[in-house]
Design a binder for this molecule. Structure first.
Ligand code: SF4
Length: 451
């Protein structure tokens, strides 16, 4: 079983000094966070990051397994990147992350030029593998899990007003359509101290908008500190102005989290609450342990406690066995909850998940039709929610100058909406007040207001 994690190898042989590496990332925010950390790890080993594969001696791909099509795309990309080894500019090609964890040796069978395959928890051993690879060549698959609560990559500090901070890895829920428990393993919460330290350093560097990240953040626990406690502690840190979090499984949402959102001034009024479907038989087949009635009660409770709460969600259409009537219940739920926005997908059978083997796979054309209808209704809801914001006075974080409208800037509300208002370059990174004057679908426009 693996050793305790240290992010600095004892000796720092010259072998890696100045070696150029290129890192390409696919997938979710968790992968973005891991890639930033992996870059940080390699830079501490004196490697140099370049932004094009043709400039690199080491080419790495951080992979994703969320859908079959994504994996095929990445395997194709690896074959393409392999030509840099053929023309001698690159010495080593590696793939890390979820697809590395799930497929292992299969990747090297499919793309023989891949030297190194590493899973989602093997990163601390990367410098040693690169050293051996550059000195004498290497052909390695490492999918070993870590039993340490320390996240497998160090935090990375980038100049930005916003940052994602991973608070845990893995998931214990085993929804029948999801590959994450296979690739990211069981839930492991990071030590609260290391999270708070990381946020302190980020805030000291000017980052004031922090998103706490995990597959199921509500089940975070470190000693006596649960997720609500962690959010409040992060919100109390000097320089932190906005605390966000994603993703919450409704079955693990508790009143103390809702109270933390409603009571703490720095925890924003936005909750991403994936419901996935609106019918109880489908929810049960998904291993989502709440009913539509329970979900409605949770939404009503959250809206009672948190004025102007913005809710967003994830939805799957065409889950195996889903009838037209059952799908109508999903549409009914979307009309009733009125999400600010929703991320909707057609069910895609994922080999290695129970749902892929279920009877009653829905024909592609039916899935396409259902997705179209769902997106049409959700657009009406988004438009309605946007129009309801017109006239409201809101606090805005000035994030960047508008690429097309001179004198205007793109700003972000506490509820994660983007608003275009007049602002100057000097105001980047500051908080201002504005009044929403116009809504065009998702796009919001406003004027400045006195603070
Ligand atoms: S809670 Fe989310 S990450 Fe966990 S198994 Fe379900 S869908 Fe996957």
């Amino acid at each position: 079983m693996s050793q305790p994690i240290s992010f600095l190898t004892e000796e720092k042989p010259e072998a890696l000094r100045g070696v150029k590496f290129y890192l390409e990332t696919f997938g979710c925010q968790m992968n973005d966070y891991d890639s930033d950390g992996l870059s940080e790890l390699l830079k501490r080993e004196l490697l140099v990051q370049v932004d094009a594969p043709e400039l690199a001696q080491v080419i790495l791909v951080n992979s994703c397994s969320v859908r079959e099509a994504v994996e095929e795309k990445i395997l194709g990309r690896l074959s393409d990147l392999g030509r840099h080894k053929l023309n001698g500019t690159a010495a080593l090609l590696g793939v890390v992350g979820c697809m590395g964890q799930r497929l292992g040796e299969e990747i090297q069978r499919r793309v023989p030029m891949v030297d190194l395959v590493m899973g989602t928890e093997a990163y601390p051993r990367m410098p040693d593998y690169l050293r051996r690879g550059l000195e004498g060549g290497i052909r390695k698959v490492d999918r070993e899990r870590s039993d340490s609560a320390v996240h497998p990559v160090p935090p990375a500090f980038k100049e930005s007003f916003r940052a994602f901070v991973t608070i845990m890895r893995g998931c214990d829920n085993h929804c029948t359509f999801c590959i994450v428990p296979n690739t990211r393993g069981a839930e492991v919460s990071r030590p609260a101290g290391s999270i708070l330290r990381e946020v302190e350093l980020l805030a000291a560097g000017g980052t004031f908008d922090i998103t706490l990240l995990g597959q199921n953040v509500n089940s975070y626990r470190w000693g006596s500190m649960n997720f609500a406690g962690l959010m409040r502690a992060v919100g109390d840190l000097p320089g932190v102005k906005r605390v966000r979090f994603t993703t919450s499984n409704p079955q693990d949402m508790t009143d103390d989290v809702l109270l933390a959102v409603s009571e703490h001034p720095n925890i924003v009024e936005h909750i991403h609450l994936p419901v996935q479907a609106g019918n109880n038989r489908v929810l049960e087949a998904m291993h989502r342990f709440y009913t539509r009635e329970k979900y409605f009660a949770l939404v009503d409770r959250a809206r009672d406690l948190i004025p102007h709460l913005a809710l967003t969600t994830d939805l799957i259409v065409g889950f195996p066995g889903e009838t037209d009537e059952e799908f109508e219940e999903t549409l009914d739920l979307v009309r009733r909850v009125q999400y600010d926005t929703a991320f909707a997908f057609k069910f895609s059978p994922r080999s290695g998940t129970p749902a892929a083997m279920m009877p009653g796979q829905v024909p592609e054309a039916v899935k396409t039709e259902r997705l179209k209808r769902l997106l049409e209704i959700q657009k009406q809801m988004t438009d309605r929610r946007s129009l309801a914001m017109v006239g409201r006075r809101v606090e805005l974080a000035v994030e960047k100058l508008h690429p097309k409208l001179p004198g205007q800037a793109l700003t972000r509300t506490r509820t994660n909406r983007t608003v275009t208002v007049p602002a100057t370059e000097g105001e980047l990174g500051s908080m201002v007040w504005g009044v929403i004057t116009e809504a065009r679908g998702q796009a919001l426009y406003g004027e400045r207001a006195s603070s």
